[in-house]
Each structure stands twice: as structure tokens, then as C-alpha cells.
Ligand binder design. Structure first.
Ligand SMILES: C[S@@+](CC[C@H](N)C(=O)[O-])C[C@H]1O[C@@H](n2cnc3c(N)ncnc32)[C@H](O)[C@@H]1O
Length: 338
């Protein structure tokens, strides 16, 4: 994994990878940290989940997914849904589809994307699958949530879904080739898939992200712990190639920069940064680190918390200009498929 430099985008795509210009006026207007306002709430759950170090985790296939499913995490997922909408210029997806009929949302989380799809395409049937039953009780009549493991054999009919969507599952999927083969099998000929993921590594264009930061240490440990957990922290950069290998065609990879705070001068990037910072305030760094660092390194929970707090303080510092790369891969199953 390369830290501190931007990998070239794979394939075609409309990557906007110019250096991001820092808003110097904002820097000058009072040193120190950002101020955010706003409240977000989601329905609380009554399920008896695994409780560990102050967070709750899914019970079905206990331990296979390392992020929590509690209220702060659900808030984070709903916030980043809005962040993704902003990143994609208000679009729910980039695949060139006009009227989907059967849509599969893999690892649907709170169901926020699937529910939005169900509202927009009233005659479509949207199926969401997740390890956690964290979708709201009231959903549109054409949205169906199932508790299941998407890494198990799928029981759907072959050639069934005309659109299969998989967002923010880089921390979930261990065998991407098998996962993509299942997508291929259950996608209708001529149907589309879309993978939407942000790469785990951080970057800065001005050297403000460096190995002296707690944030740097946090990210290094996160990558190492993911490898110990059987995940590939560098998977995003490989997705285009893996999708082609699974048999899909018209593979298009779009890469965009996602700032972690409102330091950019450009208004849209600044707004993205505001949403990122808001998502960070839902204990996001803790969500990624707590189970992994305690389970795989035996690190005491208090030490994990201290590292997360130190890393988060750096993101809030206006002098630190970090961003991530977000990848969207769209592809079509050929009409004449074996
Ligand atoms: C980071 S969240 C993304 C949620 C949603 N896709 C979104 O973009 O809002 C990942 C979700 O995948 C689910 N998940 C992880 N591993 C899974 C698996 N093997 N099978 C089904 N769901 C899984 C988690 O429970 C979690 O809700």
C-alpha cells in the first residue's frame, strides 16, 4: 500500500485528481479547529447484539464484520449517504440505467440507499441484504430487507437482478473474486453492477499528512489489522481489474477526491469536507479501530481510544489537509453470456 501519494485511476473515468487548493482565508480566520452544528438521529434498536468496549456488533455470523451497528454507526452511515450523493452530484448511482426493475443492495446497512431507490422507482423491487437488521421498521412497500451473509452462496435466481449495487463494503468482503462471480451469475444479461468504495489510505497534496501524526500511525495500524483480519486494505485500486476478470464489460472506473475537513477553497470540496467532518464526529475512527485493534493487537481499549482521539484532533486542525480517494466502478454483464 502506498501512503502519501495518489495512485493513478484505473481504466477510463472522470477522475478529478488535480491538487486541491487550500482555502487560505479560512486558515487565517482564527487558527485551530472547525466548528460544526447539526444533529442527526436514527431509531434505536432493541436487538441483543454483541457488546464490546462500549459498542455493539452484529450477532448473525458473529465477529465476521468488524464495524459496530450501534446508533453512532447508523448515524455515520446515514451521514455518508448524503456525502456520497454530494460526491456524485446528487445521483444515487452512476451506472447508465434508466428504469431498473429488480435491484439488489448488498450490505445495505440502514437501507438508506435502497429506500431512496424504492421511493424513486416505485415499480421496481429493491432487495437489501445485511448481517444486521438495522433498517427502519417503516419502509416503502417495494423495499425488502433480508438478514444474510453476502459471502455465502446466494439463493437468488440466476440472471435475476438488472442492477446490483455494493457500497462501502471494502471492510466486509474477504473474497472479492467470488463475490463478483456471484454478482455476475445473478445479474441479468445486459444488466449493470456498481461498486462504490473509498480507499483506506489518506493523502495530502502539501505534505501536511506525514509520519509524525497520530493519524498516520492510526492508518498504518488499521491497514495492518485489516490484513490480519483477512481483508485487503488496498482493494479499491484493484476493483476495475477484478470486475473485468469476473466477465463484466464496459468497465468504467471513476475516482474522486474526498477531503476529510472543510479546508479546500473550492465550494463543493469544502462542503464535502464539512460532511466528512460531521461523519467523523459519530465516533468514526473508534468504529474502525476498536474491534480490530483490541482483537488483533491485544491493545487495551483505553489506548485505542486515546489514539483515535489524538488522530481526530489532527483532522480538526486546519493545518492538516487530508483527503481520501473514492472509487466508483460500473460495469455491464454482456448480453450473450456463457
Ligand atoms: C459500511 S456499511 C455500508 C452500508 C451501506 N451499503 C451504505 O453504503 O450505506 C457495511 C454494511 O455491510 C454489512 N455487512 C458486512 N459484511 C457483510 C456480509 N458478509 N453480509 C452481509 N452484510 C454485510 C454490515 O453489517 C454493514 O451494515
Amino acid at each position: 500500500m502506498v501512503l502519501g501519494s495518489s495512485p493513478p485511476p484505473e481504466g477510463g473515468g472522470s477522475a478529478r485528481l488535480d491538487p486541491i487548493v487550500v482555502d487560505q482565508e479560512m486558515d487565517a480566520a482564527g487558527a485551530g479547529d472547525y466548528h460544526l452544528q447539526g444533529t442527526f438521529s436514527v431509531t434505536s434498536s432493541v436487538f441483543a447484539y454483541r457488546v464490546e468496549n462500549g459498542r455493539t456488533y452484529h450477532r448473525y455470523r458473529d465477529g465476521s464484520y468488524y464495524l459496530p451497528n450501534d446508533e453512532p454507526e447508523r448515524e455515520r452511515l446515514d451521514i455518508i449517504h448524503h456525502l456520497y450523493l454530494l460526491l456524485l452530484d446528487g445521483k444515487l448511482f452512476l451506472a447508465p440505467i434508466t428504469y431498473p426493475k429488480r435491484v439488489l443492495d448488498l450490505g445495505c446497512g440502514t437501507g438508506i440507499w435502497g429506500i431512496a431507490m424504492a421511493d424513486r422507482y416505485e415499480h421496481a423491487e429493491i432487495t437489501g441484504v445485511d448481517l444486521s437488521p438495522i433498517q427502519p421498521p417503516e419502509v416503502p412497500p417495494n423495499f425488502f430487507a433480508q438478514v444474510d451473509d453476502v459471502e455465502s452462496d446466494w439463493t437468488f435466481r440466476d440472471n435475476y437482478f438488472d442492477f446490483i449495487f455494493s457500497r462501502h463494503l471494502a471492510q466486509s468482503i474477504r473474497d472479492w473474486q467470488r463475490y463478483l462471480m456471484q454478482m455476475f451469475r445473478h445479474c441479468t444479461p445486459g444488466g449493470y453492477i456498481e461498486l462504490s468504495e473509498h480507499a483506506l489510505d489518506l493523502h495530502s497534496d502539501d505534505g501536511s499528512y506525514h509520519d509524525g501524526l497520530a493519524l498516520w500511525r492510526y492508518m498504518m495500524l488499521l491497514c495492518e489489522a485489516e490484513r490480519k483480519a483477512g481483508l485487503d486494505p488496498g482493494i479499491c485500486q484493484q476493483l476495475g481489474g477484478l470486475v473485468r476478470r469476473a466477465g463484466f464489460v464496459d468497465v468504467r472506473v471513476t475516482v474522486r477526491k474526498l477531503p476529510w475537513a472543510p479546508w479546500p477553497k473550492e465550494p463543493k470540496l469544502k462542503e464535502l469536507g464539512q460532511w466528512s467532518l460531521l461523519s467523523l464526529s459519530t465516533r468514526a475512527l473508534d468504529a474502525y479501530a476498536m474491534a480490530l485493534f483490541t482483537r488483533h493487537f491485544g491493545m487495551p481499549a483505553e489506548e485505542v481510544k486515546e489514539l483515535c482521539d489524538a488522530a481526530e484532533r489532527e483532522v480538526w486542525n486546519k493545518k492538516v489537509h487530508v483527503y481520501q480517494l473514492h472509487y466508483v466502478v460500473t460495469a455491464r454483464k454482456p448480453v450473450a453470456s456463457p
